[in-house]
Design a protein around this ligand. Sequence first.
Ligand code: PMT
Length: 211
Amino acid sequence: MKILVTAGPTREPIDPVRYLSNRSSGKMGYALAGAAAHEGHQILLISGPTSLDIPAGVDFLPVETGLEMFEAVQRHIGRMDAAIFAAAVADYRPAHPATGKIKKSSAPLSLDLVPNPDILGSCRSVFGFTGTLVGFAAETSDVLDHARGKLIAKGCDLLVANDVSRPGIGFESDRNEVHLVFPDRIETLPEDDKTSLALEIIHQVEKLHAH
Ligand code: PMT
């Protein structure tokens, strides 16, 4: 299969030296890309900035902002059999990034933020993608309810939900616990390292694609 994987955070510039971002390390997405390549699939990894090594045998497309990730996915998704969205895309970006470094002053500073495009949410409706679509849900409460809502709203075949409020799993950690939310059932993969979980998720994607 040809599989597109998004990973890592995005950085949304405030000025030339500052940005808004989040705690995503890229580990979950890179583990998925590595596991899928190991299983013999052709992978395009579209990644925000991380300090990780690119997994062996993976085509790599680095991006910085949510808009760049949107454009990269739009350009490549048409030739994919499956797409897995593990990136933590910033939901908002500064409306007017300053061209020069913002000077310190004693006055309060407000930033106007505008929503970034929903890349996963554009796959069916905007990009016309008909392949196997897998999203993630990073939640801090009512994990399964929110995940089910995202599964339906974004037209996914599978939503991988994780509780990012639990210490030791989720963001930055080598470990995670995930709930696989399908349209007709939920399976929980108990806490394990991200490499092992990634392999199980890839096997689920293979099964979904085969049906
Ligand atoms: O990178 P790590 O440190 O290993 O951490 C892993 C992780 C916690 C980042 C990962 O397991 C995870 O949950 N990734 C999704 C993070 C997220 O942004 O979740 P969300 O519930 O806000 O978004 C829902 C889905 O829409 C996700 O598939 C996301 O990639 C996608 N999305 C969100 C916003 C946006 N503008 N475009 C998107 O495509």
